[in-house]
Design a protein around this ligand. Sequence first.
Ligand SMILES: C[S@@+](CC[C@H](N)C(=O)[O-])C[C@H]1O[C@@H](n2cnc3c(N)ncnc32)[C@H](O)[C@@H]1O
Length: 306
Amino acid sequence: MRNLRVEKEIEVAKKIIFNNKQYSQGYKKYHVVPFKGTENIKELFSQLQSAFQVLLMVTGSGDQVLEAVLHGAKDITCFDINILAKYGCQLKIAAVKVLSYEEFITFYTRGFSLELFKKVSYCLEEDSFYFWGSLFETIDHYVIHTSLFDTKDHSRFGLMDTNFSIYSKEDYEEIKNNLKNVTIHYMDENLLTLPKKLNSLNKEFDLAYFSNIFYYLGKNEKFYAKFLLHKICPFIKKNGEILFHYLYGAGGKIQSSSFQDILWINYNLEIIECLEKYIPLTKYRVSNSGYGNPLGDKDVALSLKR
Ligand SMILES: C[S@@+](CC[C@H](N)C(=O)[O-])C[C@H]1O[C@@H](n2cnc3c(N)ncnc32)[C@H](O)[C@@H]1O
């Protein structure tokens, strides 16, 4: 049966591919698919003291989701403003389920070979099967890899970094095995309108993870702090927490020289200082991921505990 919504999303994906709008700024309803996470989640999740099973998190590239699966998450509710993000995440999860580690790395580093895609496709959920099937049927797999995903943004880092466990052989098998007992639910939703949707889910979360969305929200610290306190906290279990912002290179030893660098570090420090006026913060410091012009040798993740 035809699914008009998915057909529209396929058309949008084709427009992104052929207009090659990889570098449009900001995040919106239809955007290139995130290829890879840009945060040091591996170290961050290892520092969390309480175990978590029920999670609310941004979909992004799916790397954060897979890290959560390694750490024992069983029930994950993903949301993203970008409608295409869920397709990227579902493709990655299906790839982990069916491919060997070597095949998985080949699939993501050598332009999504058609042969491997065919294997992966049988494990895709219905909408994703239709979405990816239509694209791979009509567009060269290498073009999909380079034009629908933001792969160019990641070319200087490569896939085999240490920030996400899924790219290491040792953890890959454990994540693959854990995935057998995980339920993932996706919502196409802006963080700011998320609470309305959460009302209808009737769920409480151990942990919420919002990546660095705050940088792009266009809201000030006072607004964000109140939003977290009044609109998100009610959905968090007692003793649960919200990891609500991730600041690249905003801590540790600062190696800065240029005036612009100093402005950037001051901007980040002001964000932290300002948020601290409104909510009690817990700061996690992890080795910097290398993204976002890191000046300090530590990235800082901010958390609000319930
Ligand atoms: C903030 S971005 C940055 C990249 C990120 N550091 C990572 O590791 O993936 C991560 C995801 O947040 C999504 N996003 C950005 N603004 C959002 C918003 N207001 N509501 C929901 N999702 C948003 C983007 O579409 C993207 O998939």
